[in-house]
Design a protein around this ligand. Structure first.
Ligand code: FES
Length: 96
């Protein structure tokens, strides 16, 4: 085992979990939100500072799409594509 410093200043986790009954973030468009956040970070040249990553279920399926920002400790729920700019602004405001 190796013990390392975090490789990114922030990690934005987007739940992409999919359930057969449709009660999940995937059914509410989380893949598109994940892709848009990832592309926006890349377009700003901030891939080394901010990682946009997929997550499994965060146990808040009824409030999806769920997005968690580490290490900020911020949890966005009921996220839609219209919220992407707001999330980006908040996530990136203190990135060096
Ligand atoms: S499916 Fe996203 S929190 Fe459960």
């Amino acid at each position: 085992m190796q013990r390392n410093a975090l490789p990114h200043q922030k990690i934005v986790y987007v739940c992409l979990n999919e359930r057969e009954n449709g009660a999940c973030c995937a059914a509410k468009g989380s893949a598109a939100i994940h892709a848009a956040l990832k592309e926006a970070v890349k377009a700003r040249g901030l891939n080394r500072q901010v990682r946009v990553s997929r997550s499994g279920c965060m146990d808040r399926c009824g409030r999806g799409v769920n997005v968690l920002v580490f290490p900020d400790g911020i949890w966005y729920s009921e996220v839609s594509e219209g919220d992407i700019d707001t999330i980006l602004e908040e996530v990136l405001k203190d990135i060096a």
